[in-house]
Design a protein around this ligand. Structure first.
Ligand code: ADP
Ligand code: MG
Ligand code: MG
Length: 250
């Protein structure tokens, strides 16, 4: 589904990704772990097509298409979506309008008509209930005054509506209490499907107790230095990252 090959990325003249390769198949959940500043957020941002990143060499293909030739909207419409891809706060724009606009942009790109308002409202109500969110969220300006946990729930709500083929989630566990993390994890788990893949960036193993990954990668200094199964996350939690570095240098 997604193939990243020998990717080199520079931000403001500094090389951040230094030859990163990654293959994700449909149905798989991949976790990217690694120390601060390793390049984890850079990776998901580059795949999504955010501005400010220069790909100096390497390739990214998604369902056989050259992702680097597509702009951020085209990528989103093709099913490549990063949580919080949309601005963190949009003063004055009601959440419901953003959700509706995003859904209809996706439908338009597929040559489909807008979703009729009653159908949209029914769908949104179902999803916000699932995310244990209050319907008043829909009438508030996007993320304005939302707590950290509310923002994360809203991010997953957007994913549940847009149903991306590859959902990328960057540190959805940061700032969440246990109950909120369970709701967020339930939302992500409900996205799991044989035709969909999920790429999760996380610092901490605890999220992976709730969203059990198929594959765990360790990203250090711009490269994936180790790949394993879910047990690798447990090992990292108890041993840190140093040993992986030593092992990969040997
Ligand atoms: P991680 O998510 O693994 O903590 P990031 O991908 O956010 O790491 O950052 C990797 C490195 O790139 C860091 O050294 C960070 O300072 C740098 N970096 C990321 N984004 C920018 C930017 N917009 N401008 C300058 N440096 C950046
Ligand atoms: Mg990083
Ligand atoms: Mg990050």
């Amino acid at each position: 589904m997604l193939e990243v090959k020998d990717l080199h990325v520079t931000v403001e003249g500094k090389e951040i990704l230094k030859g990163l390769s990654l293959t994700i198949n449909p149905g798989e959940v991949h976790a990217i772990m690694g120390p601060n500043g390793a390049g984890k957020s850079t990776l998901s941002a580059v795949i999504a097509g955010k501005d400010g990143y220069e790909v100096t060499s390497g390739t990214i293909t998604f369902e056989g298409k050259d992702v680097l030739e597509m702009d951020i909207e085209e990528r989103a419409c093709a099913g490549l979506l990063l949580g919080f891809q949309y601005p963190v706060e949009i003063p004055g724009v009601k959440n419901i309008y953003l959700l509706k606009a995003a859904l209809n942009a996706q439908r338009a790109a597929r040559g489909e008509d807008e979703m009729p308002a009653p159908e949209f409202m029914k769908l949104v109500r179902e999803k916000i209930k699932f995310m244990k969110m209050d319907s008043s969220f829909l009438q508030r300006a996007v993320n304005e005054g939302f707590s950290g946990g509310e923002k994360k729930r809203n991010e997953i709500l957007q994913m549940l509506l847009l149903q991306p083929k590859l959902a990328m989630l960057d540190e959805i566990d940061s700032g969440l209490d246990i109950d909120a993390m369970k709701v967020v994890a339930d939302g992500v788990n409900s996205l799991r499907d044989a035709n969909r893949a999920i790429l999760m960036v996380t610092h901490y193993q605890r999220l992976l107790d709730h969203i059990v990954p198929d594959v765990v990668h360790v990203l250090v200094d711009g490269r994936i230095v180790k790949t394993g199964g879910k047990d690798l996350a447990l090992e990292l939690e108890s041993r840190g990252y140093e040993w992986v570095l030593e092992e990969s240098a040997a």
